[in-house]
Design a protein around this ligand. Structure first.
Ligand code: AMP
Length: 285
């Protein structure tokens, strides 16, 4: 497995693979790889000849108050995990490589970023869209794989790809969970053991909504209420949002007539860890 830190070198490597007729799949990550990331690499493998995993803790998508400095960066372990999963190239630029002095160009996907995580993390999706477009331009993948766990991110990237005519096919892979249902996340390592015990209530909320929807409930407030009810069993979780939103506009839906996203964000009270999860009701991404 190759490790590339320089953007020009990565570009040249992509051109070389392209000339040899080999298709490229990109899996953008911030590292601290777990089985969720591994499943994205496995999915990319199924679609492409060469899999590039980017590892870059993108400063642009963190607010000053967030966990950029303490975000885990176990680089050697990540490379071993990526290689074992079938990755061919790790692209791991540093911040100066991605944002040289005088950097001043940003991608702002408007409107759909004013809801959910976008409302609670101002500037976050501008950072995400900017870095993802840069990664597309450096790697020129035919396919890029993202996890459904970050549902709004999927919708934002899909909109950006459509709006800016990006030449990449998007694949959204299902959320990989711990045995008790908690969605795997690099941030789970921040949790205290009490918080970890209660974090399963997020999944219980998701399951409650899926089950109520399955029973025929189409009222957004009722579906929202059942999630809130499940979360009330976890006093160490403070709810940031529980929303039932349209898959296209990301705005709240009062009566479901089309597939909708049930989305949750909580912050834990002891370690202030932010956790998100979701399910699509009545459809897929
Ligand atoms: P991150 O490193 O957390 O920025 O995530 C990189 C990619 O992995 C994103 O596309 C995430 O949606 C995806 N991802 C993170 N956690 C999971 C999970 N539990 N299951 C599937 N994909 C995931």
């Amino acid at each position: 497995m190759k490790i590339v830190t320089n953007a020009s070198e990565m570009k040249n490597l992509s051109i070389t693979y392209g000339k040899a007729g080999r298709s490229l799949g990109l899996v953008p990550t911030m590292g601290a790889l777990h089985d969720g990331h591994v499943s994205l690499i496995t999915t990319a493998r199924e679609h492409c000849d060469i899999v590039v995993t980017s590892i870059f803790v993108n400063p642009l998508q963190f607010a000053p108050s967030e966990d950029f400095a303490k975000y885990p960066r176990p680089f050697d372990k990540d490379c071993a995990t990526a290689e074992k999963a079938g990755c061919d190239v790790v692209f791991a630029p540093d911040a100066k490589e991605m944002y040289p002095t005088g950097y001043s160009t940003f991608v702002d996907v408007e409107t759909i970023t004013s809801y959910l995580c976008g409302a609670n993390r101002p500037g976050h999706f501008k950072g995400v869209a900017t870095v993802v477009l840069k990664l597309f331009n450096v790697v020129s993948p035919q396919v890029a794989v993202f996890g459904q766990k970050d549902a709004q991110q999927c919708l934002v990237i899909r909109r950006m790809v459509r709006d800016l005519n990006c030449s990449v096919r998007l694949v959204f892979a299902p959320t990989v969970r711990e045995k008790d249902g908690l969605a795997m996340s690099s941030r789970n390592s921040y949790l205290s053991s009490d918080e970890r015990g209660q974090a399963v209530f997020i999944y219980k909320g998701i399951c409650a909504a899926v089950s109520l929807y399955g029973g025929g409930e189409r009222n957004g407030a009722a579906l929202q209420g059942t999630i809130a009810g499940a979360l009330s069993g976890a006093p160490l979780l403070s709810v940031e949002y529980v929303e039932i939103v349209d898959m296209d506009t990301v705005s709240p839906v009062s009566v479901l007539g089309a597939p909708a996203l049930a989305a949750i964000a909580v912050r834990t009270k002891q370690t202030k860890t932010r956790l998100i999860d979701n399910a699509v009701l009545g459809g897929t991404f």
